[in-house]
Ligand binder design. Structure first.
Ligand code: HEM
Length: 481
């Protein structure tokens, strides 16, 4: 009897001291916390967030401005938006902030993940990886990527209709796997990997309780199966093709493939496979989704490519702007701006620092909003919430660059960004050249945890009729002599 009472008393005393210290700190005139609400004890505003998701952030940014405080997932949190604030936080990695993810994510990715490494270890590993993600490597593989994309588009055209979200995920899982391990995976294996990655994505922000039946358990099982598939595939691949470049970049050799290093290696491949295919397949889906809503942009790109008018821009104001950007690039950028696949990232403050005059206290979680930053800005000529690739050829009215952070920034800048941009640009161009798309069954989008249709979004792909444009092009060539 005595011991439990003693434990309760000690807990109450410790909690009171903790609350007093925090209160004292909050009353410190040098500390100016951002506006916001702590919500209920312990759970904070987690219930309101679970109900409203993306809307929770939108509402509060509307109410409080660029910076507000809340309490989510058991931790005090500050949510920030605005280009200047994002730049300061991204460039302050290892100095004022460090990358920090909820327990379920960090445990799933494991200690071997690049995302979970810090300081010099992170720097060294990232440099090693970036050698593999080089421009030369990408250029050498462009034909393979195009071939995979064209084959899929042809397949989609041959079917009466497709579920766009599923098919885009399959295509981009295939491309990411090709990129990483340079091995042809059979359709059944790709479908299994896609399903496993879906399980992981659906169980990412959950309580980290490893008991059969929990989401966390399911995600871990799925991760282990993905690693198993890659282990088998790599072993077969070694025998036929030799070592893939990504494995070389991780320092793997034939000798150490079956040693303890294999685990580390497979963890790294899993991390790249998961973070890569998750974001890029979301981007691929939203890109095609947005184009189905505004077919005029696909038609404009088709004309652009077929007439070889890529850099000839009729609009007077566009002539002054950087017209070297292709229209396909503008479509990709506009997709990643309006619906960034990674809506936000997390950091932990390593010291007290200031943003817009508010104190960001040491130890607090910072939720960095990429989505709201890119969707709300008066530097844009047309409505920031509309899909308008043309904006990338226009001069922003206040001379400020359009807010654009889909790949993060600073030391944590996404290493897969060049690969992602290349693949999305090929997909956009081939789509314009080859296909007409018709929506068979429409659906709204949900943005949490990533952009996907609320119900099945079914479309029908048909071979595009490009004859009239081709005739115009031939005529133009003839008349130009
Ligand atoms: C459109 C596609 C993609 C988007 C929008 C995207 C977005 C991002 C963002 C915002 C970050 C920064 C995270 C942070 O600051 O905490 C990041 C990091 C990362 N991304 Fe991507 N990504 C994409 C594609 C890829 C691909 C294809 C790969 C690999 C094949 C990849 C691998 C990674 C890795 C390993 C990191 C962690 C980097 C580090 O901690 O230094 N991503 N990505």
């Amino acid at each position: 009897m005595f011991v439990p009472v003693l434990i309760v008393c000690i807990t109450i005393i410790l909690l009171s001291i903790f609350c007093l210290l925090r209160r004292k700190r909050q009353l410190d005139p040098r500390i100016r916390l951002p506006p916001g609400n702590r919500g209920f004890p312990i759970i904070g505003e987690t219930l309101a967030f679970a109900k409203k998701k993306v809307e929770f952030f939108r509402e509060r940014h509307h109410q409080y401005g660029h910076i507000f405080r809340t309490h989510l997932f058991g931790k005090p949190m500050i949510r920030i938006m605005g280009s200047e604030n994002l730049r300061k936080v991204f460039l302050g990695e290892n100095r004022i902030v460090k990358s920090s993810y909820p327990d379920s994510v960090s445990k799933l990715l494991g200690p071997n993940a690049l995302t979970m490494s810090h300081g010099d270890d992170h720097k060294q590993r990232k440099q090693q990886l970036l050698q593999f993600f080089s421009r030369e490597f990408l250029e050498n593989h462009t034909c393979v990527f195009r071939e995979v994309i064209v084959q899929r588009l042809e397949k989609w055209c041959s079917l009466p209709s497709i579920n766009l979200h599923n098919e885009c995920r399959l295509l981009l899982v295939e491309l990411t796997a090709r990129f990483l391990v340079n091995i042809d995976l059979p359709d059944a294996t790709l479908a299994e990997i896609k399903k496993l990655l879906d399980t992981i994505s659906n169980n990412l922000f959950v309580l980290p309780i490893y008991i059969p039946g929990t989401g966390y358990y399911k995600a871990f099982q799925a991760k282990n199966r993905v690693k198993e598939i890659f282990q088998e595939t790599l072993r077969e691949g070694f025998q036929t093709k030799g070592l893939s470049s990504v494995l070389e970049s991780f320092g793997a050799s034939f000798d150490n493939l079956d040693t303890d290093n294999t685990e580390t290696l497979l963890d790294s491949i899993f991390e790249l496979m998961w973070s890569g295919s998750e974001s890029i397949s979301t981007a691929g889906f939203t890109l095609v989704y947005l184009l189905t809503k505004q077919p005029k942009y696909l038609a404009r790109l088709r004309r652009d490519v077929l007439m070889e008018e890529r850099h000839e821009v009729e609009d007077e104001c566009l002539k002054e702007a950087h017209v070297k950007r292709s229209y396909a690039d503008a479509i990709v950028m506009e997709t990643l701006r309006l619906l960034p696949p990674v809506g936000g990232v997390f950091r932990e403050a390593l010291q007290d620092f200031e943003l817009e005059g508010y104190t960001i206290p040491k130890g607090w979680t910072i939720s960095v909003s990429i989505r709201e930053t890119q969707q709300n800005d008066d530097s844009m000529t047309s409505d920031p919430m509309s899909f308008c690739p043309e904006r990338w050829f226009q001069k922003p009215p206040n001379g400020e660059p359009i807010p654009y952070f889909p790949f993060g920034g600073g030391a944590r800048l996404c290493p897969g960004n060049a690969f992602a941009k290349l693949v999305l640009s090929i997909l956009t161009t081939e789509l314009a050249l080859r296909c007409d798309i018709e929506v068979v069954k429409d659906s709204e989008l949900t943005l949490w945890p990533s952009a996907k249709p609320v119900s099945d979004f079914i479309v029908s792909f048909r071979h595009a009729d490009t004859t009239s444009i081709s005739h115009r092009r031939q005529y133009r060539r003839l008349s130009n002599g």
